[in-house]
Design a protein around this ligand. Structure first.
Ligand code: GLY
Ligand code: MN
Ligand code: MN
Length: 349
């Protein structure tokens, strides 16, 4: 199933009058990819309110650009080729230096805009959902395949490399992000980078990883027990699992980002661990691993239908360890579809 790039560009064009501009200079590489299909580190596309578009990239990517269904030109200074007075720019993407250089030295020939393309990207079509489903299936399978090898003596780094290697064998482009493996006390650090610490009996081991497939990301976290869990570890696990379930059940088109966060967070707060869960509940997933919408206590906005998103509460006890459980799902009328299907029972390995 392929992507309808002209339809995506037409949707952006239709938004431009509302932003008070006649054209938008798209410089975010992921937005350029979304609107044209060109994956590169140096390209820009100008979308005009009348529907016209021009893609500019340098000579490393121009052949790939010419194969696309959008007019293209080669230039070394891609944004400079397209910047015109009154053009909207993506404020989050263009550097201040480029803004000043392309404007009149104060930048005021260009119109900095907030997110224009990103809200459109949040809602996925069937072709995108297929990619994310596949990325999550690779992630699930890699976990299943690697699980039997998880044993005392293996280091966090070795386990991370095993997961990443298996995802590559199963068809991943590459890992969706730097794999997290956190054993024992390291589990208290939400984004711990794997070290040479060896796994030991009595550890909870948190693995946060995912595949990227055809540009689209998966994101899953599972925490397992090496040997029979102590009572506090089992309690912590059951608490996070209950919070994660409450978050998943709250996912629905029309729900606010804050309501979904609260559904999970209140379970952890009522158990007295509110201070040990200090990150947001989840985030959109697509061409980026973290993209709109974000779920958190201070987040605004309502979820729409067909939005892939994570639910990932955790409880982190400094010096002792932690538990996080994360799924990637997609909002649907009638209930979310679960993309990461690995069991959330506490696995004792
Ligand atoms: N793996 C990064 C995250 O869960 O957001
Ligand atoms: Mn994750
Ligand atoms: Mn995540």
């Amino acid at each position: 199933m392929s992507f309808d790039y002209p339809a995506r560009r037409a949707r952006v064009a239709g938004l431009l009058p509302g932003h008070g501009v006649h054209a938008l200079l798209v410089t975010s590489p992921v937005n350029v990819r979304y609107l044209t299909g060109l994956a590169s580190s140096n390209a820009a596309v100008l979308i005009r309110a009348d529907g016209g578009a021009l893609l500019v990239t340098d000579n490393r990517y121009i052949e790939a650009a010419r194969a696309l269904d959008v007019p293209s030109e080669e230039a070394a200074d891609v944004a400079g080729r397209l910047a015109e007075p009154g053009t909207g720019i993506e404020a989050a993407s263009m550097s201040v230096a480029a803004y000043l250089r392309l404007g009149d030295g104060r930048g005021d020939r260009l119109v900095p805009l907030g997110p224009v393309v990103e809200p459109l990207r949040a809602v996925k079509d069937d072709a995108e959902l297929d990619r994310i489903r596949t990325a999550c299936a690779i992630t699930d399978q890699a976990f299943t395949d690697v699980c039997p090898a998880i044993a005392p003596g293996m280091t966090e780094r070795e386990l991370a490399r095993l997961l990443e290697g298996r995802m590559a064998e199963l068809g991943a482009d590459k890992p969706a992000f730097d794999t997290i493996v956190a054993a024992g006390e390291n589990g208290a650090v939400p984004h711990h980078a794997p070290t040479s610490r060896e796994l030991r009996a009595g550890d909870l081991v948190t693995m946060d990883f995912g595949a990227r497939y055809d540009g689209y990301h998966a994101d899953m976290t599972r925490t397992v027990s090496l040997g029979l869990p102590a009572a506090w570890q089992r309690e912590l696990y059951d608490l996070v699992a209950a919070a994660q379930r409450a978050g998943r059940y709250a996912l629905a088109p029309g729900a606010t980002a804050r309501e979904v966060d609260t559904a999970a967070r209140s379970v952890i707060e009522e158990a007295g661990h509110g201070g040990h869960f200090r990150h947001g509940l989840g985030h959109g997933v697509g061409l980026e691993i973290h993209e709109e919408p974000f779920l958190g206590p201070a987040r605004t906005g309502r979820l729409e239908d067909r939005v892939p998103i994570t639910v990932e509460p955790g409880v982190y006890l400094p010096g002792r360890g932690g538990v996080r459980i994360e799924d990637t799902l997609v909002t649907r009328e009638g209930g979310p579809e679960l993309f990461t299907k690995t069991t959330k029972e506490l696995l004792v390995l």
